[in-house]
Design a protein around this ligand. Structure first.
Ligand SMILES: *[C@@H]1O[C@H](CO)[C@@H](O)[C@H](O)[C@H]1NC(C)=O
Length: 215
């Protein structure tokens, strides 16, 4: 019989080996997980803040060290994947909130969180984010625009609205996708996403330049 021939046995054995090896080599390679945004280090944040880190966490002010975990969590949660997006979020927040000194607009108390957003904008943020809506049992009927700022601050979500808005706010996605080291890219984002088509603010663009070079 064929099976008893030694040559035939070797051929069968080789075939099994080849089959085994090709199984090993064609085994599906696990897909790499989507890359999380790069984390900002304390040294980078301090450099980006250009000597403006508050000395203590007291009142509205927060030190760079205390702010860092919230900043990185917000960047991750709202998927600010490019350096330009992270820099735009930080630059706008530093400009609006006096470099981590303020959580409230000094005149209009309903306006605030770290990027000092008006109550109606905070409401847009809440309406777009189911994870945040859980803070209001009976949402949406129970939400009062003017008190959103206090709810978010008390829940330690004050770094979140600005991070969400930078990429996902109304009219932001297109210019956020093009944020780069160029000042023009920041000004285009600022106009479309932050100022509702109004002029740019030179001081904010200068902060962007510093932040982009630091992170
Ligand atoms: C609350 O904010 C939303 C979103 O900006 C707005 O449509 C609505 O009119 C505001 N409500 C009040 C009572 O101001």
């Amino acid at each position: 019989m064929l099976q008893s021939s030694p040559t035939w046995r070797i051929i069968v054995l080789l075939a099994i080996c080849v089959a085994f090896i090709s199984t090993v080599y064609t085994a599906p390679v696990p897909k790499p997980k989507p890359k999380a945004p790069a984390k900002i280090s304390l040294a980078q944040l301090q450099k980006a803040m250009a000597g403006n880190c508050p000395q203590a966490t007291t009142g509205d002010a927060i030190t760079c060290k205390d702010a860092l975990p919230y900043i990185n969590a917000a960047i991750k949660k709202y998927k600010l994947k490019s350096k330009g997006q992270r820099a735009a979020y930080l630059a706008n927040m530093f400009y609006e909130g006096g470099h981590l000194k303020y959580n409230h607009n000094l005149v209009t108390k309903s306006q605030g969180t770290r990027s000092i957003m008006p109550a109606v904008s905070l409401r847009v943020f809440v309406d777009a984010n189911p994870s945040v809506q859980k803070l209001w049992p009976g949402y949406p009927g129970s939400v009062v625009n003017d008190s959103i700022v206090e709810v978010l601050i008390k829940s330690r979500l004050d770094f979140e609205p600005g991070a969400w808005w930078a990429l996902s706010g109304p009219n932001c996605a297109q210019t956020a996708a093009k944020l780069s080291g160029s000042q023009a890219s920041f000004e285009a984002w600022e106009k479309a996403c932050i100022n509702g088509g109004l002029d740019t603010i030179a001081a904010r663009a200068i902060i962007y330049k510093t932040v982009y070079a630091s992170i």
